[in-house]
Design a protein around this ligand. Structure first.
Ligand code: GLN
Length: 555
């Protein structure tokens, strides 16, 4: 059977939650037994977001096959509960490089290379290739950016052409817009949506449905009728999407708004009842009142929470399944250097140091690890967070005051975290890093093994530096054990400290694998340990000073 395509564009402003809408559509279709795949088209010229600062782009999401991709893929994976690959993210940078490389090879046989048809064909090839490779019934394609962006035009032209290529009945266009809500008059305005749809039509695309994001509590029938009239969309396909208390409610709200029905009817799929009871149970769990537990995340890019979006979600998931509401306290590592960990971390039931690159804030993270270790506060280190824990332990417990990672001190006499040339050549699938999923064997009798409840796991990596095996015996003898290693024992993947309630770090990024209804076992164990220590009266508590507190961001 030919694949069906749903194209989702955005209008009026960016950051409307288009990615969440696409992820929700994926879940609604999967709930009808359809095989879904998803593609994010990013009109920027970077080949991938791996080279962008998190401040520019937010988190870099890593797929199992080692692609560095847009953070929306994280939403897709979490909502649809599937593992995506490099096929699910295409950037303008990749498309143009591919076209130009082909031109240099002489593969175009002397013709003039143009945006239309050559660039648009390369874009369409990415879309149809995903359909072929995944064997999906429906491919949902999100076009990044906002209608009207210059760099987005080839992408809009490509999805316009897809209607003829794939057959009109097999293609559905959804436009996500904003209805500004004016508090003074308590009304929503439709004009920006009308303009945005005009701009879309100027590109030759008539939307089949419009999703109206708004801060108003509801979008009433009159407003929907007006939009329907001006934009030539049946009123039942104009669907309101108010701001919700949890993004996980979006699939249910869109379903209630009739989007699922509209999609299957228009695309010729059987109109079956979607199996969303499990999802409803999840949303109920999210909404149940729960005891709050504060987790401090000490990192470099905490000012922009999107930099650690999978970490935040993984913490929330783990909280819900421990009957706790995690409150994340974002603490800039540099602030720890300035005011000391005692003043910033006193209220944290658990401390997490996430991944990161570069020297800024490293000492603050090391101080944080020392604080967590000596006060027995549960500590979870992700990638860089493991390396920090190793460095701190070497300095404080192995009598190696200059121990460091070669990333931060090339000439350290004790490179406890080191660059392993050869290792990268062997294992890298892109860029210069160790990227993607690798197996990890868990040692019997450890916290990690108990948490996973199995011996062999696969987790995603994105790093250049590694635990240095030359120091392994010293670490092990002092109580910092390798609880997870590569199956051939050549690399340490998890370290944990004996005699501590939970001081554990992973060289991989477990956050990418967490699901709202299936939290990651290590995150779950971390929150459980934090809750336990808190219940037992946590040793380290002291009041936070107002001046320091005011500089700490809480969500
Ligand atoms: N900068 C460290 C490395 O390259 C850690 C990377 C990370 O935390 N993702 O090994």
């Amino acid at each position: 059977m030919t694949a069906r395509y749903i194209f989702v564009t955005g209008g009026v402003v960016s950051s409307l939650g288009k990615g969440i809408a696409v992820a929700s559509i994926g879940r609604m279709l999967k709930a009808r037994g359809l095989k879904v795949s998803v593609l994010k088209l990013d009109p920027y010229l970077n080949v991938d977001p791996g080279t962008m600062s998190p401040y520019q782009h937010g988190e870099v999401f890593v797929t199992v096959d080692g692609a560095e991709t847009d953070l929306d893929l994280g939403h897709y994976e979490r909502f649809i509960d599937m593992e995506l690959t490099s096929l699910s993210n295409a950037t303008a940078g990749q498309i143009y490089s591919e076209v130009i490389e082909k031109e240099r090879r002489g593969a175009f046989l002397g013709v003039t290379i143009q945006t239309v048809p050559h660039v648009t064909s390369a874009i369409k090839e990415r879309i149809t290739n995903l359909a072929r490779q995944s064997g999906a019934d429906v491919v949902v394609v999100e076009v990044g950016g906002t209608v009207g962006d210059i760099e987005g035009q080839p992408f809009l032209e490509a999805i316009r052409q897809m209607r003829n290529d794939a057959g009109r009945q097999n293609v559905f266009y959804i436009h996500v817009t904003l209805l500004p809500f004016l508090r003074s008059t308590e009304e929503v305005k439709t004009k920006p949506t009308q303009h945005s749809v005009q701009a879309l039509r100027a590109m030759g695309i008539q939307p089949d449905a419009i999703l109206c994001r708004t801060d108003a509590p509801v979008v009433d029938l009159g407003v929907r009728q007006k939009i329907g009239l001006y934009c030539d969309v049946p009123v039942e396909n104009v669907i309101g999407l108010p701001t919700l208390d949890t993004v996980y409610d979006v699939p249910l709200v869109l379903e209630e708004g009739g989007l699922g029905k509209a999609l299957v009817r228009s695309l010729g799929f059987p109109d079956v009842e979607p199996a969303l009871d499990g999802w409803r149970g999840l949303v109920n769990l999210v909404r149940q009142p729960k005891e709050i537990i504060e987790i401090a995340v000490v990192g470099k890019y905490v000012d922009l929470h999107d930099s650690y979006i999978s970490v935040r979600d993984a913490l929330l998931h783990a909280g819900w399944h421990n009957r706790r509401q995690v409150q994340v306290n974002w603490i800039p590592a540099e602030l720890v250097e300035q005011v000391g960990p005692e003043r910033l971390l006193a209220n944290a039931a658990g401390i997490l140091v996430p991944g990161g690159f570069g020297e800024r804030g490293i000492n603050g993270m090391i101080d944080t690890a020392r604080y967590a270790r000596s006060r027995k506060v549960p500590y979870f280190g992700l990638c860089l967070g493991l390396q920090i824990m190793i460095i701190e332990f070497a300095r404080s417990e192995l009598g190696l005051p200059k121990a460091h990672s070669q990333e931060f001190d090339e000439h350290t006499p004790d490179p406890v975290i080191s660059y392993m040339p050869g290792q990268q050549k062997l294992k890298a699938t892109g860029g210069t890093m160790r990227l993607g999923s690798y197996p990890c064997r868990l040692r019997e009798g450890t916290i990690a093994r108990a948490a996973y409840g199995t011996e062999l796991v696969h987790e995603r990596h994105r790093h250049r530096y590694e635990y240095n095996n030359d120091y392994r015996t010293s670490f092990e003898e002092a109580g910092l054990v390798a609880s997870g290693t590569a199956p051939d024992d050549s690399l340490v993947e998890i370290g944990e400290l004996l005699g501590h309630p939970f001081m554990l770090g992973t060289q991989f990024h477990p956050e990418f694998a967490s699901r709202p209804d299936r939290p990651h076992p290590l995150f779950k164990a971390f929150i459980a340990a934090a809750a336990r220590v808190l219940r037992e009266g946590g040793q380290h508590r002291m009041p936070i000073e107002p001046e320091a507190a005011s500089r700490v961001h809480t969500v």
